[in-house]
Design a protein around this ligand. Structure first.
Ligand code: ZN
Length: 174
């Protein structure tokens, strides 16, 4: 809890140029340091901002949505994970998508080491581990260490995925 340097609001603040600002003042803060200094010197009574503050939750959610969208598009831009292709900017199951389920099933049900399975599938051990931990395969995306719906079709069941996560944990595989 601290005090906004521009409006004097007491509560959650964010830092910009080492200056605490409430979410409303932060939102409108200029990016150049010179303008930012002028901006924070022009004080404003925090009551004036109450109406904005009241609805800023909604605004924060909207912002999160667009960040998520960007994050998932970012994922797409970099490269589709094994088992997916990209069609018109969206993740779609690729022709080889069933291989993912086979890999998960093999790891879960066969007495086979990561090394052996990686070799068999022509993957590096790290590549295999990345596959086994990839939330994309159950239709989710990981963003800021949180899991969100990705809006793309899953290619394995959550049950299979969770069983594999349990086994990885049991074996101490990170
Ligand atoms: Zn403020």
């Amino acid at each position: 809890m601290s005090i906004c340097k521009k409006c004097g609001y007491k509560g959650n603040t964010k830092e910009k140029f080492n200056t605490a600002l409430c979410s409303v003042c932060f939102h409108f803060a200029p990016d150049s340091e010179e303008n930012f200094k002028k901006y924070t010197r022009e004080k404003i009574p925090s009551e004036v901002l109450e109406t904005f503050r009241k609805y800023s939750k909604e605004f924060e959610n909207k912002k999160k949505d667009s960040m998520l969208k960007k994050a998932s598009q970012g994922n797409l831009m970099s490269r589709a994970p094994f088992g997916y292709g990209i069609v018109e900017g969206r993740l779609v199951p690729a022709e080889n998508f069933r291989e993912i389920e086979e890999i998960f099933e093999s790891f879960l049900n066969q007495n086979i080491s990561l090394n052996q399975l990686a070799k068999k599938r022509n993957l590096s051990v790290n590549g295999l581990k990345k596959i086994l931990k990839n939330f994309t395969y159950i239709g989710k995306i990981k963003f800021n260490n949180q899991i969100y719906d990705g809006g793309h079709p899953p290619i394995i069941s959550s049950t299979l995925f969770n069983h594999v996560q349990n086994k990885l944990e049991r074996l101490g595989i990170k």
